[in-house]
Structures are given as structure tokens and as C-alpha cells.
Design a protein around this ligand. Structure first.
Ligand SMILES: [Zn+2]
Length: 238
């Protein structure tokens, strides 16, 4: 798995970047391969019209993304999403109600001694029903929890696959296109709703790279929710 699969997207059309290895023949017939990323729209022919014709070198892109990431969110603490199970005793209550009806039906018209036995059992079921009915129902939910660990720490200790998981779990989005001079270009495709603006943008090493953070993380990174929207305007303006 390459580091930026499902994390990097074509800056011009928004398709996920695909990866490819290109073999290079060196001295003494020594061969090695370079990882490249290219527009998945073009490579899959699902969007052959995309103007992002050139691939970008994986090692160069990884270095840029790492630098942008650590600069923007390295000192921030990682939050973890915790699933909270719901609470419901509905099924048990339905069962107890059926049992109660059954006991009532069977106790009807019985002699005094038998009726006393039934009465005890009925009371026990009624008590249990009352206890369960008093517990409020709760839908399953998720909540965010601090982990006590900073992005820079986790990144430094992680291997490539763990880094990719961290990028994905944190909702980090990278948009990239080869850049051979001229102005920066930002595709006007629909981005997922929680990405309002690039929080970091750079042109270097023949690439244009933008990093998007989900809104909550962007607000923590910039310390100012308004700056995010402002930045978006200044980036998209011609
Ligand atoms: Zn594209």
C-alpha cells in the first residue's frame, strides 16, 4: 500500500490518485523502480479528458506531504473516535410482558393456595418490569476522546502503513498535480462537504500540493475558524 492511496486526489479533476512503479535502468544494468502517482481519472480512462497528464514522483510527494502535515498539525494532540453502545431493554420488556400475561391468565380461578404462589411470581415479574422500564433508552453514538499523543510523535513512531491509516483516520486530503511553471491551478470540482479550504499550499519539485484538513482539525490547526474560510476565498480567487 502506497502512503497516499485514498488520501491524494488529482488537483484538477478530483479523482483519487493511482500509483504506478516505473523501472529505471542504471549503471551495470542495475534496476530500481520509482513509485509514481497519477490522476486516476486518466489512468482508469474514466476521465480521460483531465489535463493532469504527468505523474509525480512518490518519494518527492511523500516528503512534501510529511513536511506540510508536521508543520500544520504536528504539535496537535490526536483525537480518537470511540463508539458508545446503545442501551435498550425493549426485547426483555416485551418478553416479561408476555410472561406476565401468561401468569395472570393461568392464575385466574385457582384456589387460594395456588393463587398465592402465582401472586409471588407475578409480583417478581412486575418488579423486574418496573426496574427495566425505568432505565432510559440510549441510541448508539460516537464520541471524540483525547489520546494524549501528538501527531508528530505518532508519525515518527509509525511505519508507512500506520502512517497511511493515521492520514485516513484523521480525514486528511491531499490534492496534487504536476507543475511545470505558470500559475497554480485549482480544480473547481465538488469536494466532500467537510473540506472548506486548503490549509497549506505549495509549489515545489515540479508539483503543486495542497493539503486539506477536515473542518474541526483545520480549526484547531489555524486556531481561528474564520481564517479557514478566508483562506479558501483567497485561494480560489483568480
Ligand atoms: Zn485528474
Amino acid at each position: 500500500m502506497a502512503l497516499l492511496l485514498d488520501v491524494a486526489f488529482c488537483a484538477l479533476c478530483g479523482f483519487p490518485m493511482y500509483r504506478r512503479f516505473t523501472r529505471v535502468k542504471g549503471k551495470d544494468d542495475y534496476r530500481w523502480s520509482y513509485l509514481y502517482y497519477g490522476c486516476g481519472g486518466r489512468w482508469s480512462r474514466r476521465n480521460s479528458d483531465c489535463e493532469a497528464k504527468s505523474a509525480v514522483r512518490g518519494d518527492k510527494l511523500h516528503a512534501v506531504v510529511e513536511r506540510l502535515l508536521l508543520a500544520e498539525i504536528g504539535p496537535l494532540e490526536i483525537m480518537r473516535t470511540v463508539k458508545v453502545a446503545g442501551v435498550s431493554h425493549r426485547a426483555e420488556i416485551v418478553e416479561l410482558e408476555a410472561a406476565l400475561e401468561d401468569l395472570l391468565a393461568r392464575s385466574a380461578g385457582k384456589g387460594e393456595a395456588v393463587a398465592r404462589v402465582y401472586a409471588k411470581r407475578i409480583e417478581a415479574v412486575e418488579d423486574k418490569l418496573a426496574t427495566l422500564s425505568a432505565i432510559p433508552e440510549q441510541e448508539p453514538s460516537v464520541r471524540q476522546e483525547w489520546t494524549g499523543e501528538k501527531y508528530a510523535e505518532r508519525w515518527a513512531a509509525a511505519n508507512e502503513d500506520e502512517r497511511r491509516q493515521l492520514l485516513k483516520a484523521s480525514g486528511i486530503r491531499v490534492e496534487v498535480v504536476a507543475h511545470k511553471g505558470g500559475p497554480m491551478r485549482l480544480g473547481l470540482f465538488e469536494r466532500p462537504e467537510r473540506y472548506d479550504a486548503a490549509v497549506a499550499l505549495t509549489v515545489e519539485d515540479g508539483m503543486q500540493v495542497a493539503m486539506y484538513l477536515p473542518r474541526d482539525l483545520a480549526e484547531r490547526a489555524t486556531g481561528q475558524p474564520s481564517r479557514v474560510t478566508h483562506k479558501q476565498r483567497s485561494l480560489i480567487a483568480p
